[in-house]
Design a protein. Structure first.
Length: 280
């Protein structure tokens, strides 16, 4: 029987590294009190154990999950690793230990605190990624569609398929400022890469004109008699407004007006007009 140890596992932050922590737990018949990155363990009074990432050990654990618990459990664990849940690594380890003991039924054990906590975290991840499919706004900067987000969860892997299929012939960048990562795409090639500090150049006059047109359109189709700020914030929380074009002038308290060049702009082709894009 495994014993609750007084050890803290330290790993490299990768999913393979976490699977190696699971392997270590079984090999030494111990359950750590937490699993942390090395830099997060310096101020901890408990003893630490560094768990190196071994691809062979990680593969053994990875292959065993669908065999013992089913493919849905593997997908669930991979999504759980993307969440912002505190101590998610320890929760995943304990979930996998439950799964290796109970098999496929672990996915139905919602009364268990570990399983229930992970299910709530994964549901929040999926809800947030779904919202960004509609709330993300692009602008053209140097002929590239650029959008910025500040999610609580690491949602970029869940957004790859949606945006790559929606804009297959475009070049775009989605910058996750929270996690310092970016989804980079050019026709039929995509990658999620680390991005440190990213300073975007100021938008040019043409881009600003299209932003104002989009804000004008947003206000024009609004029904003033049904204006309900509380309802809007319940469906579109204010933390998303920072990077949404239509709310930019609300935060700056600017009254929208039709640009003087609107007649010329409205006569351009549909392709040229798509300078500011609303992703639904």
């Amino acid at each position: 029987m495994p014993t609750q140890s007084e050890l803290i596992y330290c790993y490299d932050g990768s999913f393979d590294g976490l699977l190696c922590c699971v392997f270590e737990s079984y090999e030494n018949k111990e359950i750590p009190i937490d699993i942390l990155l090395p830099e997060a363990s310096h101020a901890i009074l408990f003893a630490t154990k560094s768990i190196p990432t071994d691809t062979q050990k990680a593969k053994r654990v990875l292959d065993s999950i669908p065999k013992k618990m089913g493919v849905s459990a593997l997908n669930f664990v991979q999504h759980a690793f993307l969440t912002c849940l505190l101590q998610k690594e320890l929760h995943i380890l304990l979930f996998l230990r439950l799964g290796f003991r109970h098999g496929r039924s672990v996915m139905n054990m919602l009364t268990d605190d570990i399983v229930n906590t992970l299910f709530k975290a994964v549901k929040y991840l999926e809800q947030e990624s779904h919202l960004f499919k509609g709330f993300l706004r692009f602008s053209i900067i140097n002929n590239v569609l650029v959008g910025e987000i500040e999610p609580k969860n690491y949602v970029l892997p869940l957004l790859v398929q949606h945006f790559c299929e929606r804009y297959p012939e475009e070049r775009f960048l989605i910058h996750d400022k929270t996690h310092g990562m970016g989804l980079v795409y050019q026709p039929y090639q995509s990658a999620v890469i680390p991005i440190g500090a990213l300073e975007l150049p100021a938008v040019d006059e043409e881009e600003q004109t299209f932003r104002e047109l989009w804000q004008l359109f947003y206000d024009t189709i609004a029904i003033q008699g049904r204006h309900n700020p509380e309802c809007r914030m319940s469906h579109m929380p204010k933390r998303y407004w920072k990077y949404m074009t239509e709310f930019d002038r609300i935060q700056k308290n600017i009254t929208p007006k039709l640009p003087s060049s609107s007649v010329k702009l409205l006569s351009t082709s549909a392709h040229e007009k798509s300078k500011s894009i609303s992703c639904k």
